[in-house]
Write a protein that binds this ligand. Structure first.
Ligand code: URA
Length: 216
């Protein structure tokens, strides 16, 4: 897997990451969603550099200019519900992309820290020969992505897989690397060192779904 850790670069992306981490700024859920969306836009722009382009003559009112237009068919698949603002950020740029949605949740037995990932809803178009963009804002253990990849197999074989994530744990990224095809790309805005016993990223941001849409 090729890991593109964009938070390592000097850019405005770190401003957005800092705001989503800040527990005071997090209180404004509209700002939180918009910041995740803005991160999706930045990561989408970076990932666009890995796509295939075709030259096409474009007529302006005053002449003709050869321009490179995206040739790949992009399918953005997101995990409900925390993936929605990230999905929107990507869709703002890839406005002709197809869309897929997957519902996945962690099922804890009582107070136990360990959990099972339950995937119970898949709505995705054919992925055959297309570029699959899989969003997961918080790449914590990587087990959700593993389950989602398994479930998407019946939708065909994509030509490329790009995972777009906001924050990942070192451990989760290593796990994803072990279960995804070697040609997969990961576009991520920050990598944190640890997970807590309940599988939350430390220092992370807390629960991304709750921050965006309120507590369950
Ligand atoms: N999901 C979240 O929302 N936050 C984490 O830290 C891990 C998973």
């Amino acid at each position: 897997m090729t890991i593109h850790n964009l938070g390592d670069e000097n850019s405005i992306l770190n401003q957005f990451i800092s705001e989503i981490r800040d527990s005071q700024i997090q209180k404004d859920s509209m700002r939180f969603r918009r910041n995740i969306e803005r991160i999706g836009e930045v990561l989408g722009y970076e990932f666009s550099k890995a796509l295939l382009y075709n030259s096409k003559n474009v007529e302006t009112p005053l002449g003709v200019k050869s321009m490179d237009l995206i040739q790949d068919q992009v399918v953005i698949c997101s995990i409900l519900r925390a993936g929605l603002p990230l999905h929107q950020g990507l869709l703002n740029y890839f406005d002709t992309a197809e869309n897929g949605f997957i519902s996945a949740f962690r099922k804890h037995e009582g107070d136990e820290d360990d959990f099972e990932v339950i995937v119970n809803y898949f709505a995705a178009p054919s992925l055959e020969g297309k570029v699959l963009v899989l969003t997961d804002p918080m790449l914590a253990t990587g087990r959700t992505l593993e389950n989602v990849l398994e479930g998407l197999k019946k939708h065909g074989t994509p030509k490329q897989i790009h995972i777009v994530s906001v924050i990942g744990s070192q451990q989760g990224i290593e796990f994803v690397e072990s279960v995804f095809p070697a040609q997969t790309h990961l576009w991520i805005a920050a990598i944190d060192p640890e997970l807590n016993a309940r599988g939350y990223i430390l220092p992370g941001i807390g629960d991304a779904g709750d921050l965006a849409y309120g507590q369950k």
